[in-house]
Design a protein around this ligand. Sequence first.
Ligand code: ARG
Ligand code: GLU
Length: 709
Amino acid sequence: MKKILLLCLFVLSINTSSKAVEGMWIPSLIDLFHSDMKTYGLKLSPQQIYSTNQSSLKDAIVQFNGGCTAEIVSDEGLLLTNHHCGFSAIQHHSSLEKDYLKNGYWAKNKSEELVCSWMYVTFVKEIRDVSKAVFEGSTQLKDPNARKQQIQKNIAALEATENKGSIKAKIKPFNMGNQYYMLITEDFNDIRLVGTPPSAIGKYGGDTDNWVWPRHTGDFSVFRIYANNNNQPAKHDASNQAFKPAHFLPISLKPKKEGDFTMVYGFPGSTDQHFASDKLQFYMEKERPARIEMRQTSLDIITPAMNKSDAIRIKYASKQARIANAWKKWIGQIGGLNELHALDKKLAWEKNYTDKAKQETAWSKYAKALASLNQLQQDNSDYEFARSMFIEYFYMGPEFLRYAFNFGQLANNYESLKAEGKLEKEIEKLKASIDPFFKNYDQAIDQQIYKALSPMYIRQVASNLLPENFRNNWNKMGDKIFAKSMLMQPDKIKAFLAKFSGKSYKKLQKDPALQLANSLYQAYVKNISKPYGQFVAQQNYWMQLYVEGIMKMFPDKKLWADANSTMRISYGRLEGSAPVDGMQYLHYTTIDGLMQKYDPDNPDFELTDKFIELYKNKDFGDYLQDGELWVCFTASNHTTGGNSGSPVIDAEGNLMGINFDRSWESTMSDFMFDESRCRNIAIDSRYMLWVIEKYGEAKHLIDEMKIVR
Ligand code: ARG
Ligand code: GLU
């Protein structure tokens, strides 16, 4: 068990100056943090990292389908991301006959690459500080609403001047509205799946190992960007060509060692470093535990069913992964925050902040902002809680609710759809939604989820916020829906839509599934989302002031703007960690450790015969370091959801690995960062290439890449 286990009392070999760096930095501000990156070992110039005049690293990095990150690794638009980021595409192309989830897939040439018509990637052309122009004419306004309106007006005008063809401009608030940046981007929509390892590699360790170190997941998949003959974005077309990028990342096969510089360049989704103490406490003690309980209940139904049947496994793979992923992260976060005494730390910081605000009369507004944030939270926690429960129930719970809800437009707005000439389109959209829904649907599972979650939802949410009929009769209503609703019977609803005529919408209005979905949604809008919206507006107002207070009263604090799905850089070192007293995590894992976890009786740790064969033959090509094949490594980069698929880049700008996770003890970094514990997890570039070459027998893909030894 040598390498994979935590080594007790292992003597630290890194020098003590080696520290994780908190923060996700805005690439266009590279000059502010470049010199610090150099002290960590960076050898690139600022212009090589971010530039609008010459090609730079940023041109090789894209946001992948609005969520994850991906990077270009050849001059033919070859794209790497995580297996779990490509998951829905892999599932989409999978069937019992062509089970790419189970067996993997490798296109032998471009004609075999699989079209993913709904996918897109987003390039960042420029990130521009537009704060001054956004605030123009607003600062002198006393009324917060008038100020907000002026800001919105300015934003709309500024965006309009930059939007041109495929180039989109979007202005987003940073640092809680104390700054605004314009993101100038361009989407490409012809994305094709090139290759993926089987889940036994790409999801090895499954939910057991998710969010945990030591890790042995080969979490990668391969796509390609296509463009028209002018290398411009275009819808999928057989005549499109492989995209020629301004820059692509060479792949490093160099030996790695602890202390090496690492940088993660990607699109972190969101972080909440500025939560006031009452909100943090609410999340830790009430909101997250209730959400965890709801998801646990769904998973207890879905997971065993998937393990029993291949058909169910294929249908529910994506959904299960989505529910399980946050479920487990939240458990880790609460544990980590408690370990860190996060609440005490937050309270101590707030005392410090409030004391400081007493030093100057102009600062008293900052103390007021903080006090207001905490008071507001206390007054509105019930609404925030009810909203979270609605999300868990309506959007993560029984699927028929969301599916039925889509028919609401046609049922309730028939006349106006007709008057506006939108009727045909709406009917076509609904027709097209039926098969994809039922492809991945199992009524027995959904019914069980409905029966288990409905009483929980009712128990959690104050009774005056829910529809009375649902509270009293949910069980009977469910039985009727599953037995009788025409929406639940694909043939019936298809025939109904095919013959749709003037009065048909009345029949739709009477459908029990649609009626239930509608009444739940209406109750949510009226009772929950309205007061919640007012709460958020007030919260935003005080938050802006509170963060302004940090900037004004603590000018030496290295303040970074919370993640907001925009491009960021975090930097640090390849290093292990000492997350728990008496324990030391090594900074890498190997294929030997992977084999030690192999368990044919546990779906999370299955391997294919081919993999075992390759391992036995010790056919590792030139991917070894000191006789070992590294599988994953950890580094001290501050990352979060959305950073999945992000390149981990070395001091010279080469790809060392692909980020895909954080360790259990560091998931709390979304709220509070801890240098000694917070580590991101990446798949090693050499393992990935080994899988492509030896397992996938797709050496032609490696020949496309630029390899650095
Ligand atoms: N925890 C990682 C992330 O948040 C990986 C998730 C996919 N893996 C899984 N076993 N569900 O996306
Ligand atoms: N797996 C996450 C993602 O999909 C990244 C892990 C994290 O949250 O750090 O983005």
